[in-house]
Ligand binder design. Structure first.
Ligand code: HEC
Ligand code: HEC
Length: 374
């Protein structure tokens, strides 16, 4: 055989073997799987919040976290490559967005307000209706929802597999070729690293209330005080927010309840929330209680974004709680059907206290920013 024929034969052989295995475009790239471990105690402020329960089969690595960060900001995760997770979850708004209801691809509307994202490692239930227990499973919902990213998993796997940065980083992080299972683990790693811990509140809670201004102190007393009407003035000395938004994370997070409650917004439930998940009438109108960290920047507020401003939220708790709501939290029912009727001054103090929870280091932390925008 002439050398030319041999070469051609080898080329044909090589070509057909490639063709036989279209799922394996990578077989020639040597594995560089040697992820750099990241110690969780460098991510979580254990002294302030304690050590969260972490997934045992998805250890943090620099490569895994970075892969998750790229995926979070990559529009190729949506069918028409128009939006990424970061389109609805924007860092400067604590990963919420200044829009009442979210819009997915083609401007289609989502029925709820985008959640803020931080300290997720300390939550056991996700979404407003607490329908998801793990971040790893959760990410498949927005990716596939027709009115969010409207993607199919086979198409996504194909797209990832032909993108150089993913060929490189799936190998580095997981020793694998791009696939949607490891994609969900990388997103889980990145989401878990979103930690908000540097607000003024984090500096003085629990003991150092002397660091507060007088106005903020009055707000703190209202926030952390039980509802109690003074017999002389008729004013309440407490507004009882702490029962549901208390503790170091400003979030009630009883693992059994997932911190879900009906805070007296409605009597009839357009959105049944947790009740639509369990089918139990006693769960209608129950929603996940959000942490109040960064609350100054996460508006509009509530699951349906019904309140545009914090003032409207405070007016709700002060003047408009629906005590006849059939599933109202026992904590609020204990107010004896009486509106708190906070004075304008009390409302302003409460708001001043809520403002101490803004963590500007979190909102600007370069480790969470869009890696494609340098
Ligand atoms: C079209 C806008 C949109 C896109 C795109 C989107 N989300 Fe969301 N996200 C929302 C909305 C709205 C909610 C609240 C939905 C609900 O509770 O039913 C939410 C909730 C969440 C939550 C729950 C937070 C909590 O505390 O319960 C997480 C986590 C999350 N999104 C992560 C992601 C990730 C990761 C992606 C990309 C794969 C993504 N989202 C893409 C709008 C969006
Ligand atoms: C019985 C529990 C409970 C009490 C008490 C309570 N809240 Fe809430 N809070 C919730 C729940 C549940 C939600 C979410 C409700 C929804 O979206 O339907 C919420 C939502 C909020 C939000 C909007 C969060 C967001 O990200 O949209 C703010 C702000 C807030 N509460 C402040 C307060 C303040 C201030 C007080 C005290 C005056 C208070 N809450 C008392 C349970 C409670």
């Amino acid at each position: 055989m002439k050398p030319g024929w041999l070469l051609l034969g080898l080329l044909v052989l090589g070509f057909t073997s490639c063709k036989k295995d279209p799922e394996d475009p990578l077989h020639k790239i040597p594995s560089v799987y040697k992820p750099t471990p990241v110690d969780p105690t460098t991510i979580f402020p254990v002294g302030k919040f304690g050590m969260p329960v972490l997934p045992s089969d998805n250890p943090f690595s620099q490569e895994g976290i970075y892969l998750g960060r790229m995926l979070f900001y990559d529009p190729i995760l949506s069918f028409d490559s128009s939006i990424s997770c970061g389109s609805c979850h924007k860092q400067e708004y604590a990963f919420a967005e200044p829009q009442r209801l979210s819009k997915g691809i083609n401007g289609l509307q989502v029925g709820r307000n985008a959640s803020s994202l931080f300290n997720l490692a300390y939550s056991r239930k996700f979404f407003w209706d607490a329908r998801q227990n793990t971040l790893r499973e959760l990410v498949f919902e927005p990716i596939q929802e027709h009115n969010e990213m409207a993607m199919t998993l086979p198409l996504l796997a194909k797209r990832l597999a032909r993108t150089d940065r993913y060929i490189e980083y799936f190998d580095k992080a997981f020793g694998s070729k791009p696939n949607v299972f490891d994609m969900s683990k990388a997103l889980e790693q990145f989401l878990l690293t979103l930690v908000s811990k540097d607000s003024r509140f984090n500096g003085f809670f629990p003991g150092k209330f002397s660091m507060l201004s007088d106005d903020e102190k009055r707000g703190a007393l209202l926030f952390n005080g039980l509802v109690n009407f003074d017999v002389v003035t008729g004013l309440t000395t407490g507004a009882d927010c702490f029962h549901c938004h208390g503790g170091a994370l400003a979030q009630q997070n009883n693992p059994d309840m997932g911190g879900i409650a009906n805070n007296g917004l409605d009597g009839n439930f357009a959105d049944k929330g947790y009740g639509a998940i369990t089918g139990n009438p006693a769960d209608r109108g129950l929603f996940k209680t959000p942490s109040l960290f960064n609350i100054a920047v996460t508006g509009p507020y509530m699951h349906d974004g019904r309140f545009a401003t914090l003032d409207e939220v405070i007016d709700h708790y002060s003047d408009n709680v629906n005590y006849l709501s059939p599933t109202i939290s026992p904590m609020m029912a204990a107010h004896g059907n009486r509106q708190l009727k906070l004075t304008a001054e009390q409302k302003a103090s409460l708001k001043a206290f809520l403002m101490t929870m803004t963590d500007s280091a979190f909102l600007t932390n370069p480790a969470y920013s869009n890696p494609f925008k340098k």
